[in-house]
Design a protein around this ligand. Structure first.
Ligand SMILES: *Cc1c(COP(=O)(O)O)cnc(C)c1O
Length: 398
């Protein structure tokens, strides 16, 4: 058996690779430079173009670009009318922003448990957490796989809840042939560099509702409007006049970021294809490795995968997740953990949340780690990742 690099053996590769990385080409750089040389670096035509292109790509009526995925979630919660006393059901297996957006509005996040095979929020657990105060569901397409949209839609309709989909991981994914972003009442996206397409920092909300759209537009530009049909004190005094008709935020995206987004959007299908090739290769390699559990997918989801997670079956390995993670690092494959259950953090603990709320998510958390997945990985890189996982799993096999 090969000696692990952790114990002085030869690492599977000499150069470190990370779990995620942006893919920026010369065309992207040109697109940004062109905006920077022009008259508008913010509040110009590129943001409008980005909104039009994104809405077209997704097949949604409207898209609003904003400064990041967290701002997108905040705007969606504001548009949904979430406020003090309300409850918003979400998953603990997510980045903190999916829950924080409810807290921003004075509401209380309520955590529903996950499906142990897909790691996505379990619709039955959503149902069990509904109270008269429940106002919305923020369902996260974890790793890029679509949530059970039909079941969640039915629950939201039955109880009059707003269905917000946090698709920070899931741009490019379809559910039963319709793109994520066209399905929920509002869907939010993130364009942070670790996500599938990036514009540095950036986000978006898509919706088919004209009413939500109007609210989303207002909330991301200070609650200010130039639209006379919305003004209270019209007719106005002159073309300089605008009105603040609500309390909003400055959550705008700049034009040079929008240019990068438009350029990246054109490559999304190619990124998706390469990500899928890597996922297929990993799935085939890990399916029969004792001690490694592969994430399952529902047939409805045609997934543009953002993260590849292996789950350690700790009954079949004589190591902890920490030891496996450190062994991967020593082999020069830098993993990450997605995610620590959100309510375990001190901020939520101090609000009264306790361990044990979502036993499935807590159990899954103990064994998961995210291995490298991004389009620029070469076949040699993915061979190294597979080699490292198999080497370590063999070393610790019981
Ligand atoms: C990245 C992410 C966000 C936040 O997006 P930012 O653009 O970083 O603000 C929200 N939810 C999930 C699930 C994410 O992965």
């Amino acid at each position: 058996m090969e000696e692990l690099a952790l114990f002085g053996g030869r690492p599977v590769r000499s150069e470190k690779i990370y779990y995620g990385r942006q893919c920026i080409g010369e065309e992207d750089i040109q697109a940004v430079a062109q905006v920077l040389r022009g008259p508008y670096i913010t509040c110009g035509p590129k943001v409008e173009e980005g909104e039009r292109r994104l809405a077209e790509y997704i097949g949604a009526r409207h898209a609003v670009l904003c400064s990041n995925g967290t701002a997108a979630l905040h705007c969606a919660c504001l548009a949904a009318g979430i406020g003090p006393g309300d409850e918003v059901i979400t998953t603990p297996m997510t980045f903190a922003a999916s829950a924080n957006c409810a807290v921003y509005c004075g509401a209380r996040p309520v955590f529903a448990d996950i499906d142990p095979r897909t790691y996505n929020i379990d619709p039955e657990s959503i149902r069990a957490r509904i109270t008269p105060r429940t106002k919305a569901v923020v369902a996260v397409d974890f790793t890029g796989q679509a949530v059970r949209v039909r079941e969640i839609r039915e629950i939201c309709d039955e109880f009059g809840l707003v269905f917000i989909e946090d698709a920070a991981h899931a741009i490019g994914t379809s559910y039963n042939g319709a793109r994520v972003g066209s399905l929920a009442d509002m869907t939010t996206f993130s364009f942070h560099p670790v996500k599938t397409i990036t514009c540095g920092e950036g986000g978006a909300i898509t919706t088919n509702s004209d009413e939500y759209h109007q609210k989303l537009v207002l909330s991301h530009v200070h609650g200010i409007t130039h639209d006379e049909s919305l003004m209270e004190d019209a007719p106005h005094e002159g073309i300089w006049y605008y009105e603040q008709i609500a309390l909003g935020f400055n959550y705008r995206m700049t034009d040079f970021q929008a240019a990068l987004l438009v350029s990246q959007l054109e490559k999304l299908e190619a990124f998706k294809k390469r990500r899928q090739e890597i996922v297929d290769k990993y799935n085939a390699a890990f399916r029969d490795v004792p001690g490694i559990i592969v994430q399952e997918e529902i047939p409805e989801s045609d997934t543009c995968r953002h993260l590849y997670i292996i789950r350690l079956d700790l009954d079949r390995l004589s190591c902890t997740r920490r030891q496996f993670f450190d062994a991967m690092s020593a082999e020069n494959v830098q993993c990450q953990i997605h995610y620590v259950p959100v309510y375990w953090f001190p901020f939520y603990r101090h609000m009264g949340y306790r361990k044990g709320l979502c036993p499935v998510a807590e159990e899954v958390y103990k064994g998961i780690l995210s291995i490298p997945l991004y389009p620029m990985l070469t076949d040699a890189d993915t061979d190294d990742v597979i080699h490292a996982v198999k080497k370590i799993a063999a070393h610790y096999a019981r």
